[in-house]
Design a binder for this molecule. Structure first.
Ligand code: SF4
Length: 471
């Protein structure tokens, strides 16, 4: 099976706070409504509803899952719809008001039409939801179960998983075969990913999509750095990225530049605060871990692309040409895609399936490998950087307090961004040879995820979620 997942699928533009609990369920709701329309049954629907199972039922309230389902049923697309049409869509729903199913057909809807059933776990995946539609006589018109399998990807029960892509020029299943293919063809990991992408879409389309992903990431960082106030939810968590940004800018204006790594943390906090607020975010590879890669990429683009390898010590060189930065970011994204595909294919990128190691661990490894690549690392140094980053997240649990993607998630992204930079620097100081392969790290993550108690897989039933008093 080819592990490769396209860059446009791995980095999908959507909404916070969760790719698996918000974006995936929204896509499921939209797909369900689309199917009703395509089969000619939409106009006969008198009632529609949904049951949220397992992890979706357990933390769906804090993750805005029911809001997302309502928005999806109304035909809204997470990539393009205004975030305020999704936020609180279910929470503030006036019972009995008409919901425009598929954006067209009015159906009376009540909040109780969405049921939370955390104790029911379906065998297909811990994140499951069943959508149903009935006619005026109560007869069932449609009933579909969807699995939200991480990173905003969904799978409908009964549908075959998408076929692996034998049509791609480079077919690899693990890190070892990825490196072997690169050796054979004389390509970097980014170049191999590029060849695969160019077999899926024309070059101008690919470039436009890569740039759109990057622009959405940068817009998210900038909006997060500018925003102030408390985040939604009962924890009353205050945003911090803006205050840090103001302090760092003031110090720079006074010629007192601190360690540049402080910006790295501010960028990551900015993204994850935006995510927690339900704003526009790019999965990288998920929403909960969306801050790591943009922070590292922006840190490279702003400070490393135009300076020596250690900008804190070396004088800045003339600013790198914009085109060089753009090219570097594209390379970073493609390298991260080739690596992220391995985690998705051979372990998991879903916190509900593998704990936080699957989300933030994967994100950190993708960012570390991508950074090593743009800093001139060889393929083996890139693989080494990703392995170092992943290794030190193994066993990391998911225990969000109050089911909100805030604590520990926001800070965790800042710490992981810092780890990614450290991992890349360590790898670049070596020659690429190392004892633990990336494949061994990925397999360990898979096995650890299987052994991990359900309490630590996005259920809010263990760890910090039960040991921190909420008020
Ligand atoms: S703890 Fe990690 S996996 Fe869990 S919601 Fe937060 S970021 Fe996602």
């Amino acid at each position: 099976m080819n592990a490769y997942v396209s860059v446009v699928d791995l980095f999908s533009i959507g909404l916070g706070p969760s790719s698996s609990h918000t974006v995936g369920p929204m896509r499921a709701g939209r797909d369900f409504a689309d199917r009703l329309a395509r089969s000619g049954r939409l106009g006969r629907v008198a009632r529609v509803g949904c049951a949220l199972y397992g992890s979706l039922g357990a933390t769906g309230l804090g993750h805005g899952t029911a809001d997302a389902v309502v928005a999806g049923l109304r035909g809204l697309d997470p990539e393009t719809c205004p975030p305020d049409q999704v936020r609180r869509a279910w929470l503030d729903w006036p019972d009995g008001a008409a919901l425009a199913l598929g954006g067209a057909h009015p159906v009376a809807f009540a909040r109780s039409d969405i049921a939370f059933e955390p104790a029911t776990r379906l065998p297909g995946h811990p994140n499951a939801l069943t959508l149903w539609a009935r006619d005026g006589a109560g007869r069932e018109l449609a009933k579909d179960t969807y699995y939200s399998i991480g990173g905003g990807f969904i799978r409908r029960q009964g549908e075959q998983p998408p076929p692996s892509r034998p049509d791609l020029p480079f077919d690899y299943r693990d890190g070892r075969s990825l490196l072997a293919l690169c050796d054979e063809a004389g390509l970097t990991i980014a170049e191999l990913a590029l060849r695969n992408e160019l077999s899926l879409r024309p070059a101008n389309d690919l470039i436009a999509r890569l740039d759109a992903i990057w622009e959405a990431m940068v817009a998210c960082v900038e909006a997060g750095l500018a925003a102030e106030g408390p985040l939604p939810g009962r924890l009353g968590v205050k945003r911090r990225a803006n205050a840090i940004c103001v302090q760092l800018q003031a110090a720079e204006e006074q010629g007192r530049r601190g360690p540049l790594d402080e910006w790295l943390g501010a960028y990551a906090l900015a993204v994850n605060e935006q995510n927690a607020a339900g704003e526009r975010v790019v999965t990288a590879p998920t929403n909960g871990s969306a801050g790591v890669l943009p922070a590292v990429a922006l840190y490279w683009s702003r400070f490393l692309a135009s300076a020596g390898s250690d900008p804190d010590l070396e004088p800045a060189k003339p600013a790198a040409d914009q085109a060089i930065r753009r090219g570097g970011v594209r390379r970073l994204l493609l390298t991260a895609t080739a690596l992220g595909s391995l985690f998705k294919a051979n372990a998991s990128i879903s916190g509900a399936e593998g704990g936080c190691q699957a989300e933030v661990g994967s994100a950190c490894a993708m960012a570390a490998g991508g950074l090593a690549a743009v800093l001139g690392g060889s393929n083996r140094q890139v693989e080494n950087a990703a392995e170092i980053a992943l290794e030190h997240h193994l066993g990391l649990t998911c225990d969000p307090i109050a089911g909100l993607v805030q604590i520990p998630c926001i800070e965790r992204n800042a710490v992981a961004a810092s780890t990614a930079v450290t991992a890349a620097r360590l790898a670049l100081r070596g020659d690429g040879s190392h004892r633990v392969s990336l494949d061994a790290g990925v397999e360990t993550m898979r096995q650890t995820g299987l052994d991990m108690s359900t309490k630590y897989k996005e259920t809010g039933l263990g760890g910090l979620a039960v040991n921190v008093v909420e008020c």
